[in-house]
Design a protein around this ligand. Structure first.
Ligand code: IPM
Ligand code: MG
Length: 387
């Protein structure tokens, strides 16, 4: 039998081969899908777990309302995809069951509810997160998370790398023996370049003057060092947009520095730092429940609520009172991504009015507040009144 070093080395070689194949795929897919050229855009709606199906159904109603003419004209089609539940995933012992993945791949864009992420000790097998798997399977490399608090001068757009770093093979680390466990962090040239370019392109199109790269390149020299170096190279193609570079530790501190934080505009960062910093950032805006998240790739894009599946609300019979605002924010981003900017603007305006200005209905998560359906109706009525 091979000794422990050889066994670990063999696993490492297998991982590297997988990564080589992935790099090859990235090199082959250079162009973004042009939605304007499609005869029909297929929007998948994938409820997920817990409160997911309840709030996602409301997101879908709103999208169907805003795109009613396009659906009638055969330019847009909705496709409801069931089966991405933790029960199904546990049953087939896969992050995404094959039939669900095949359905997802028939869509162009997807609106997704939260999915339960198993961990050791749960009643479920400790399978990979459905979120992480979907990002990898559909190569959704840019996780775009905007955070805005106008009265505090906060207007940030995070470009989190979404397929590499500590997440690339996060569920494929190696227990060398009882004493040593090793995980891997992967940075590729292609992967870093496409996220850096996406951040700079966004900055350019939106009149932003600064992109901030956030790494820990002084300590994590190889992978973060490469990420930062590539950001610096890409920056050369964008004269007029400054690149500054910060370390993740001090950046978490500076987000609470009221003077400094107003200077950040677009932030580009490796996967794990992006995961952490965007939760902190969303907190200033009212918590993760208020934020939407876009996962963009060249062929597919997925838009999701960034909070969890709240199984307790379902167990306590309160799922119908779940707050749909995060998934409605995701719907705004979806509309904008597929070229329906006018509808996106209307929805965003109505949602802001309902959530922050008028507040005729409030969500409390229980029967003291509105149901998800009532809130969605409120948003749609607000849009009707704006017309
Ligand atoms: C997020 C979430 C996911 C992540 C979890 C659910 C796997 O925290 O979208 O930020 O870590 O990316
Ligand atoms: Mg997160």
């Amino acid at each position: 039998m091979a000794d422990k070093y050889t066994a670990a080395a063999d696993k490492f070689v297998a991982l590297l081969k997988e990564q080589d194949a992935r790099v090859q795929r990235m090199k082959e897919q250079k162009e973004f899908l042009d939605y304007a050229k499609l005869d029909k855009i297929i929007i998948g709606v994938c409820g997920g777990d817990g409160i997911g199906p309840y709030i996602t159904a409301q997101g879908r109603r709103i999208l169907e309302f805003l795109l009613a003419d396009q659906v009638k004209a055969g330019k847009v089609e909705f496709k409801v995809i069931d089966g991405l539940t933790i029960e199904n995933r546990a049953k087939v012992n896969k992050a995404i069951p094959d039939d669900v993945l095949a359905e997802l791949k028939k869509c162009h864009v997807i609106l997704k509810g939260p999915t339960t992420t198993p961990r050791a000790g749960d009643p479920w097998p400790n399978i990979e997160s459905a979120n992480v798997a979907m990002r990898k399977e559909l190569d959704l490399f840019a996780n775009v998370r905007p955070v805005k608090v106008p009265e505090k001068g906060i207007d940030w757009t995070f470009y989190r790398e979404n397929t590499e770093g500590s997440y690339a093979v996060g569920s494929k680390g190696v227990h060398v023996d009882d004493d040593i466990a090793v995980d891997f962090c992967i940075t590729t040239t292609e992967g870093s370049e496409r996220i850096a370019r996406a951040a700079f392109e966004y900055a350019k199109k939106n009149g932003k003057t600064k992109v901030t790269a956030v790494t820990k390149a002084n300590v994590v020299k190889t992978t973060d060092g490469k990420f930062l170096k590539i950001c610096q190279e890409v920056a050369k193609d964008y004269p007029g947009i400054e690149l500054d570079d910060w370390y993740i530790d001090i950046m978490t501190a500076k987000l609470v520095d009221e003077k400094r934080r107003t200077q950040f505009q677009v932030l580009v960062l490796p996967n794990l730092y992006g995961d952490i910093l965007t939760d902190e950032a969303a907190e200033f805006q009212g918590g993760v429940g208020t934020a939407g998240s876009a996962n963009i790739g060249k062929r597919y894009a997925m838009f999701e609520a960034i909070h969890g599946s709240a199984p307790r609300m379902v167990a306590e019979g309160r799922a119908q009172y779940a707050d749909p605002c995060s998934v409605i924010r995701a719907a705004v981003m979806l509309l904008s991504h597929i070229g329906y900017q006018e509808q996106a603007d209307k929805l965003e305006k109505a949602l802001d009015k309902c959530m922050y200005d008028e507040k005729k209905l409030v969500m409390t998560g229980r029967d003291t507040g509105a149901t998800s359906e009532e809130f969605a109706n409120y948003v749609m009525d607000t849009i009707k009144n704006m017309q």
